[in-house]
Design a binder for this molecule. Structure first.
Ligand SMILES: [Mg+2]
Length: 226
């Protein structure tokens, strides 16, 4: 009989391991404001949550006519790293959850490797993941394409059907499903409290939706839902 038990948990980083999305949105909106574009946070989340910087800059250019210069992007990065150093917190319970997981796990994030590393180090999560950190910069198409999750599964030598992805963004949930993976939508991040966000995720029919990360280990031990 085919083994379809969970053999690998693939974590998104922002909004899943670390509570970074409000900080990232603040850095982005301040940078856009300097470039002459005022955007409401709700619209920012709707358009940019879970997307790579390449995708974000492309949308800004194509749809808003805003081309962020290298200097502006540099300023945004420094602004974000300052906010990270000052305010970044891990998602509540995540250390205990990682302790309790009975299978290997890795990170697959739309962010650049440097930013992922900093976020994990500042929250004492870096040592837990070691080299098992995968960034959208390693594949040509970012989420919602499944490429990054499939790359992570290949590198971790676990077939897609045995992977469980934990994601907070619609783009990430879609990417997991397109990759033939199970997906758990996490709505416990500071940015994910809005009812509209939850409804958007529900419409994508993830296998599970959890508000409390501490529920994850029991999902990994359980069977594929109907
Ligand atoms: Mg995320």
């Amino acid at each position: 009989m085919k083994d379809d038990s969970v053999g690998l948990v693939i974590f998104d980083c922002d909004g899943v391991l670390v509570d970074s999305e409000p900080l990232a949105m603040q850095a982005l909106l301040e940078t856009l404001s300097e470039a002459g574009l005022t955007l409401a946070p709700d619209l920012g989340y709707e358009r940019f949550l879970g997307r790579s910087l390449a995708t974000i800059t492309a949308v800004l250019s194509d749809e808003y006519g805003v081309d962020l210069t290298h200097e502006a992007l540099d300023r945004m990065r420094h602004r974000l790293y300052e906010l990270f150093r000052r305010d970044l917190k891990p998602i509540q319970g995540i250390h205990n959850v990682l302790d309790a997981l009975p299978v290997p796990y890795c990170v697959a994030s739309s962010s650049q490797p440097e930013r992922i590393r900093l976020a994990l180090e500042l929250t004492d999560l870096g040592g837990r993941f070691g080299p098992h950190v995968f960034s959208a910069s390693m594949v040509s198409r970012g989420k919602p394409a499944p490429d990054l999750f499939l790359h992570a599964a290949r590198e971790m030598a676990v077939e897609a059907g045995r992977c469980l992805v934990v994601e907070d963004s619609p783009a990430g949930v879609e990417a997991a499903k397109r990759g033939g993976m199970r997906v758990c939508a996490f709505v416990g991040g500071s940015h994910a409290k809005r009812e509209s966000h939850r409804r958007t995720l529900e419409a994508l029919a993830p296998d599970h939706i959890i508000e409390d990360m501490r529920r994850l280990p029991q999902l990994v031990g359980g069977n594929r839902p109907n």
